[in-house]
Design a protein. Structure first.
Length: 542
């Protein structure tokens, strides 16, 4: 092993030490051992167990396709497509900072660690997490392929799943490392936001459009044929291994498989070349580059709604984080690719409209999917506002004479005004061009907006926390987003079925709105009591 690392110009002992230290730091439950922290550790253990079960359940659903679909290539295509989506999402939400963050360089920069060794340790850290997710998701589909297609097909499924996972992970690392090399350190943070937004469209679009269109045709009984555009899809490159294992060795199988191997080798060569050779120098440039300071303004208030006390402090903090914290900003903006992709899928399958929520059977897939995004957004807001790489700055919450109860409640109010209401208004404007009845659409969006606000209240009630006061944990953000998508997706499917029954009369609509408002007031009071009890026990985790 050491000889292989020596050929790659990587010091094995240093790589092993750096990798172990990084994993220990990532997996630590807390930075201090107190009795009150055992509860936090138990919650972290439950969260981890839930994510393991969730990935296994997702894999179980994909495993069922292996038995349902008679075409093993089609089943492998869908499974590999989902694997690539999950790894790409994990790289976007959890691991982008592992490549472009200069934090460790401040500690290791003066030590005799070569640039390639440092880069190899960062790359290993990303691969450990992505391959762990791949294993949890892929174990059941792999077992299903062994049972359904035989030993050779099962081995081909292993190669396809892990080859696709590794290729996506390396591709995402190559993108970020290339940005680090080609873009000046002073412009990196600004450009990185646009690049991640573009990658979000690619990752989410590939997940929602390609597998669903293919699966819908297959389950509808349409004969599946390999067209040129299908063979150009990266999941098809790796799914071709299954056909080759089954004895089919035409150009339609060998060429895509060869492309997959060539892509993987090309990424390995790319990451082992100049990107790793000057990697440490680029990180060092980030730490030493002077950042331009914008001139201060006399007016420092973020608006007319939050002008004093804890609310003003939270409003300034969240606005500043959104402007300067790339992780937080991308966590918020990630809802826009989802919304636009949902809308595109819906109107493309419903003659260019989203239908009418007031009429049973006329609510199109687009309206259901956009409703799903609107119901997901509050939970995504809550997940992003609690954790940050700069969590140590939260010491001020525990040193200043402030009311932490008001601080937690003000955080929810600021999220509603800054993000939730503008998002609902933007969705209303976009959907107004594709609806058959604007008044019906506005009533539906008001109801969905009230439900979204209620969801934000409930998640705040379940987990009250100070803004940006906890460390970001790798591997958790993507898993939580998948969980939210699954749980809220059930509600988004059921709601369009029940909505026409409620929307049938004006009285029904008034009763629904009043009920939502009443429940919201009740949850607000319960949240106040819970936050008052919890705020006194909050502790600084820096």
């Amino acid at each position: 092993m050491k000889a292989l690392f020596a050929v790659l110009d990587v010091d094995f002992d240093q790589w092993w030490a750096l990798t172990r230290a990084a994993l220990k730091v990532d997996l630590r439950a807390s930075s201090f051992m107190r009795a009150s922290q055992f509860g936090a550790q138990a919650r972290a253990a439950r969260s981890l167990a839930f994510q393991i079960i969730f990935y296994l359940l997702m894999g179980g659903g994909m495993a069922s396709l292996v038995f349902v679909l008679h075409d093993t290539f089609l089943a492998a295509l869908i499974v590999v497509g989902y694997v690539m989506f999950m790894v790409g999402t994990a790289a976007l939400l959890d691991h982008n900072a592992a490549i472009v963050s200069p934090d460790d360089y401040n500690i290791l920069g003066y030590r005799p660690v070569t640039s390639r060794t440092y880069f190899a340790a960062r790359l290993t850290n990303v691969l450990v997490y992505t391959l762990a997710v791949t294993t949890l998701f892929g174990v059941l589909p792999i077992c299903a392929m062994f049972l359904h297609g035989g030993v050779v097909s099962g081995l081909a499924m292993i190669a396809a799943i892990y080859g696709a996972s590794t290729t996506v992970a390396l591709a995402m690392v190559a993108v970020y490392a290339s940005l680090l090399r080609w873009i000046g350190p002073s412009r990196l943070k600004h450009i990185l936001s646009y690049v991640q937004l573009a990658l979000s469209f690619v990752v989410y679009g590939g997940y929602f459009i390609i597998p669903r269109v293919i699966a819908r045709k297959a389950l509808a009984g349409v004969a599946f044929t390999k067209t040129l555009w299908i063979l150009c899809l990266p999941p098809a490159w790796f799914a071709s291994y299954i056909d080759i294992a089954g004895g089919r060795t035409s150009l339609a199988e060998l060429v895509p498989a060869g492309v997959s191997v060539a892509a993987l080798l090309l990424l390995m060569v790319l990451l082992g070349g100049r990107l790793s050779l000057d990697y440490a120098e680029r990180l060092g440039a980030i730490t030493t580059t002077a950042r331009p300071v914008a001139p201060s303004r006399a007016r420092s208030r973020p608006g007319r709604l939050f002008t004093a006390g804890e609310a003003r402090a939270v409003a300034l903090l969240i606005r500043g984080q959104f402007k300067n914290d790339n992780r937080f900003r991308m966590g918020i903006l990630a809802i826009m690719p989802l919304t636009l992709i949902y809308l595109f899928m819906g109107i493309s399958n419903n003659n260019g409209t989203v239908g009418d929520a007031f009429v049973l059977g006329q609510s199109s897939e687009g309206l259901r999917m956009v409703t799903l995004a609107m119901l997901m957004f509050p939970t995504m807001l809550k997940l992003q506002v609690g954790r940050s790489d700069n969590f140590r700055a939260s010491w001020i919450f525990f040193a200043c004479p402030i009311d932490r109860t008001r601080l937690v409640r003000a955080t929810r109010n600021v999220l509603v005004v800054f993000f939730l209401l503008p998002y609902v208004a933007l969705v209303a404007v976009i959907l107004s061009f594709y609806t058959v009845s604007v008044p019906h659409l506005l009533v539906h969006l008001v109801v969905v907006g009230l439900i979204s606000n209620l969801i934000l209240q409930i998640v705040t009630f379940l987990d009250p926390e100070l803004p940006f006061s906890k460390p970001a944990q790798k591997g958790r953000a993507a898993g939580r987003v998948f969980s939210v998508m699954f749980v809220v997706g059930v509600g988004a499917v059921v709601m369009p079925l029940l909505a026409p029954l409620v929307y049938r009369t004006t009285v029904g609509i008034a009763i629904l709105v009043a009920a939502l408002a009443g429940v919201s007031v009740l949850v607000e009071r319960l949240t106040r009591l819970r936050v008052e009890a919890q705020a006194a026990r909050l502790e600084f985790e820096g």
